[in-house]
Write a protein that binds this ligand. Structure first.
Ligand code: IPM
Ligand code: MG
Length: 380
């Protein structure tokens, strides 16, 4: 597919980032060989690695590289125990992750949660609640809502007290939840279009019984839903959604959420898949022509406690490669090949520690590298 440019910025970041990124690149190289493609992969520091290398969580050169690339393959950033004196605006979560989301207009976050039948033991729910395995896609709005709404600040308040000379002083924090019609429309379309490729059901999550934002959300999603008569639409309050995930997760196909609700419910859904180490994600911007700029990262974070020990599960990072092939490069066959390779290796019994259960017959515990090598070999 020569019309596609295949420039990938690989930003491994902190904690387990570098070791899982190494395995993801190994798999990408295997894809390259099998499908006779050629990726230009350029690595650059981000997060604390960026601060150490260039004094900033998102060094200018790294940002520039991202601008020149077609997709960003991201590891993870943030080490809670490092240097608490650094101002919150400069910490990796805000200065790198949220900054990149906003900078590149990555409004659509897709988090596929899958629990294959063979990993049933890794799921905290009883087997009868797992059906034939779980398969949920959380579609999360990523550049609006409480994360970015203004005003956003903490201020000092001085309040006069009746009958007293000494005023009352306290602090007040304000976050603003704001959504516009176009923001809801575009994320709703992503959810409905995704559902068309799956089981054709969207459950839209809101808090329309309390929030103005919820009322607008529900109205707009209902209207957009009429453009997709072949997709079933259901609305659910967020508190009920959290409960239904525990009680009857098999009812969900696509869950459409605003930013904060999606943050919370995607972690809850992830727990059902047994391990955060299995979950990839794609953060997508607007498609122009045949180009969708995307940012691909595992959902699991930096896991500093196991970093550098060959213990981390590289599958989330590897499945993020599959999402990149699918959404940014439109290389569906290559994406499927990566996903099939992961399934094959799981079926064969290879397990990193997070998904290993000694009671499981035929399971063999391996490290990060061995898992990556097995998946790369299975790609062919
Ligand atoms: C996520 C993370 C981030 C978020 C944090 C690290 C800022 O929890 O991607 O879900 O809240 O969006
Ligand atoms: Mg989160």
């Amino acid at each position: 597919m020569s019309s596609h440019r295949l420039n990938v910025a690989a930003l491994a970041g902190d904690g387990i980032g570098p070791e899982v990124m190494r395995e993801a690149i190994r798999v990408l190289r295997a894809v390259e060989k099998r499908f006779q493609l050629s990726f230009q992969i350029t690595e650059a520091p981000v997060g604390w690695a960026g601060i150490d290398a260039a004094g900033k969580a998102l060094p200018d050169a790294t940002l520039q590289l991202c601008r020149e690339s077609d997709a960003i393959l991201f590891g993870s950033v943030g080490l809670p125990d490092r240097d608490p004196t650094i101002p919150k605006e400069e910490r990796p979560e805000r200065a790198a992750l949220l900054r990149i989301r906003k900078e590149f207009g990555l409004f659509a976050n897709l988090r596929p949660v899958r629990l294959p039948k063979v990993l049933s033991h890794a799921c905290p729910l009883r087997p009868e609640r797992q059906g034939d395995g779980l398969d949920i896609l959380v579609v999360r709005e990523l550049t609006g809502g409480l994360y970015f709404g203004q005003p956003k600040k903490t201020e000092e308040v001085v309040e006069a007290r009746e009958g007293s000379d000494s005023p009352r002083r306290f602090q007040r924090s304000i976050d603003t939840m704001v959504y516009t019609t176009p923001e809801i429309e575009r994320i709703a379309r992503v959810a409905f279009e995704s559902a068309r490729l799956r089981r054709r059901k969207v459950t839209s999550i809101d808090k329309a019984n309390v929030l103005e934002n919820g009322i607008l959300w529900r109205e707009v999603v209902t209207r957009i839903g009429k453009e997709f008569p072949d997709v079933a639409l259901e609305h659910m309050f967020v508190d009920n959604g959290a409960m239904q995930l525990m009680l009857r997760p098999t009812q969900f196909d696509v869950m459409l959420c605003e930013n904060l609700f999606g943050d919370i419910l995607s972690d809850e859904a992830a727990a059902l898949a047994g391990s955060l180490g299995m979950l990839p994600s794609a953060s997508l911007g607007q498609t122009t022509g045949d180009r969708t700029f995307g940012f691909y990262e595992p959902a699991g974070g930096t896991a500093p406690d196991i970093a550098g020990k060959d213990l981390a599960n590289p599958i989330a990072q590897i499945l993020s490669v599959a999402l990149m092939l699918r959404y940014s490069f439109r290389l569906e066959a290559a994406a499927v090949a990566v996903e099939a390779a992961v399934s094959q290796v799981i079926e064969s019994g290879l397990r990193t520690g997070d998904i290993f259960n000694p009671a499981e017959t035929g399971a063999r515990k391996v490290g990060t590298r061995a898992m990556g090598e097995a998946i790369a070999a299975a790609v062919g």
